[in-house]
Design a protein around this ligand. Structure first.
Ligand code: AP5
Length: 217
């Protein structure tokens, strides 16, 4: 499958993407995970991105497009991909359109995850993430707690709270989402490729996505 997952911070994009990769081997491409990995590794990209991320702002479009162009050319993307957290702005969506054309690839569907704001706020403050850049499994102290001692059930690394999970950064991320990313819902609706799903159950969302893809959405 070749899909885009749209949705506010905390809507469950990462959780749903991981469930979908188990289904047909399509790769999850999360620009957030790539950027956090770069920050942890102290690379040039990480140094450029960190201050934007910590305050809840978007990283400049050109940096993101450089990452995505090389990522989508990697051989594992041939099986399909789930774009999680990308595109995030209209210029990114336009650039993605051009890139897919150049690579001769067609998108199946852009899925919008519609989740009430109070659920989102609760989820973001209770989320924990595996600190291993190769794993980044997502936990939640209420709905999916890590193993004893705050360890990842998959790889055993420490499970931590993200740097952008302060109340101030969360507020800013939601505001940035409303201003810059929410307009993409209309963008993909006009393109005829939008599927909006209102649900707080990841399993229900995954099953709706599978049905949409089978039906040609
Ligand atoms: P990114 O990592 O993409 O953050 P985000 O969009 O804010 O999304 P989140 O990871 O916060 O939420 P999610 O929707 O994946 O939810 P999750 O599954 O974790 O980006 C971080 C930063 O990087 C950005 O702020 C920006 O600076 C930069 N960036 C990234 N991409 C960029 C781009 N394209 N352009 C520019 N800048 C970019 O779930 C949340 C919690 O809820 C978890 O604890 C989970 O366990 C729980 N949960 C999920 N589903 C359920 C459920 N059904 N029931 C109960 N709990 C659930």
């Amino acid at each position: 499958m070749r899909i885009i997952l749209l949705g506010a911070p905390g809507a469950g994009k990462g959780t749903v993407a991981k469930l979908l990769t188990d289904y047909d081997g399509s790769v999850q491409i999360s620009t957030g995970d790539i950027l956090r990995g770069a920050v942890k590794a102290g690379s040039d990209l990480g140094k450029k991105a960190k201050s934007y991320m910590d305050r809840g702002d978007l990283v400049p479009d050109q940096l993101i497009m450089d990452i995505m162009e090389s990522r989508l050319r990697e051989p594992d993307c041939k099986k399909g991909f789930i774009l999680d957290g990308f595109p995030r702005t209209i210029p990114q969506a336009d650039a993605l359109k051009g890139l897919l054309k150049k690579l001769d690839l067609k998108l199946d569907v852009a899925v919008n995850l519609n989740v009430p704001r109070e659920v989102i706020l609760d989820r973001l403050t209770t989320r924990r993430t595996c600190s291993n850049p190769e794993c980044q499994e997502i936990y939640n102290i209420k709905s999916k707690p890590p193993a004893e001692g705050g360890k990842c059930k998959k790889c055993g690394w420490k499970v931590i709270q993200r740097d952008d999970e302060t109340e101030e950064a969360i507020t800013k991320r939601l505001q940035t989402y409303n201003e810059k990313t929410a307009p993409l819902i209309e963008y993909y609706r006009k393109e005829g490729s939008l599927k909006s799903i209102t649900s707080t159950s990841s399993e229900e969302i995954v099953s709706s996505i599978k049905t949409a893809i089978k039906k040609g959405h």
